[in-house]
Design a protein around this ligand. Structure first.
Ligand code: AMP
Length: 287
């Protein structure tokens, strides 16, 4: 696998691939890779001529009291994962190269960034949109691959691609889970054994909402209440939010029509986990 360690390297490589007529698939990550990331790389491998992954722990998307300093890093393991999944190149860089002194221009997403994680993590999605816009310029991919696990992120980046005329297709792939239902996440490495045992309750709470939806409940507050009550039976969890919203606009819709998303964030100790499930016709509209 080719290593691209400077902005100039990735630009030059991308130009060469494009002028050779090769399509570029791009998987941006923050490293500490797991099978969820590998699945994105494998999908890119099956759809594009060249597959580029990036690893960059983006300081701009972390709040002052968040886990930037302790975010897991495992370059050796990541190289093995990426090679096995079929990546052709890995782009890595440093905060100093991405944000040199004098940096002051940001991408500010709109209403899609306001609720859910946007309300709990002010500035987070501005940081995400800014780094992803920069990465899209540097890598110039034909297709970019994101996970449904970070559903709000994927939706607002789809919007950014349209609004800012990025010439690429943004694909959202389903969340990969452990056998007990826990969504794979780099942050799962933080969990103490007792927390890891409790963790699948988050997915189960979302499934209880899905079951109530399937049984015919369409009032979004009643659905959310089902999920909150289910999560409350695992006292180790401290709820940040559990909400049912329109899966495209992320607006609160009192009575749901065709489809929706149930999204939640909750803490186990100091580890914040997120997860979501699509409801009804939303399941067929991922992209
Ligand atoms: P991260 O390294 O956490 O920033 O994630 C990089 C990409 O991998 C994002 O598009 C995530 O949505 C995606 N991703 C993370 N976890 C999973 C998962 N369990 N299944 C599928 N995609 C995932």
């Amino acid at each position: 696998m080719q290593r691209l360690d400077r902005l100039a390297d990735v630009r030059a490589a991308s130009r060469a691939w494009r002028s050779a007529g090769r399509t570029i698939g791009f998987v941006p990550t923050m490293g500490a890779l797991h099978a969820g990331h590998a699945g994105l790389v494998e999908q890119a491998r099956s759809e594009c001529d060249v597959v580029v992954a990036s690893i960059f722990v983006n300081p701009l998307q972390f709040g002052p009291n968040e886990d930037l300093a302790r975010y897991p890093r495992d370059l050796e393991g990541d190289l093995r994962t990426l090679t096995a999944a079929g990546a052709d190149a890995l782009f890595t860089t440093t905060p100093a190269e991405m944000y040199p002194s004098g940096f002051q221009t940001h991408v500010v997403p709109g209403a899609l960034a306001e609720p859910l994680c946007g309300a709990s993590r002010p500035g987070h999605f501005r940081g995400v949109a800014t780094v992803v816009a920069k990465l899209f310029h540097l890598v110039a991919p034909h297709q970019a691959y994101f996970g449904q696990k970070d559903f709000q992120q994927a939706r607002l980046l789809q919007r950014m691609v349209v609004d800012l005329d990025f010439d690429l297709v943004l694909r959202i792939l389903p969340t990969r889970r452990e056998s007990d239902g826990l969504a794979m996440s780099s942050r799962n490495r933080y969990l103490a054994p007792s927390e890891r045992t409790a963790a699948p309750a988050l997915h189960r709470a979302l499934q209880s909402v899905q079951a109530a939806f399937t049984a015919g409940e369409r009032r979004s507050e009643a659905l959310a209440a089902v999920g909150r009550a289910a999560l409350a039976t695992t006292p180790a969890f401290r709820l940040d939010y559990l909400e049912v919203r329109d899966d495209e606009t992320l607006e609160l819709v009192p009575t749901l029509g065709g489809g929706a998303v149930v999204a939640a964030a909750a803490f186990l100790g100091s580890t914040r986990l997120i997860d979501n499930l699509l409801l009804g016709s939303a399941e067929r509209r991922l992209g």
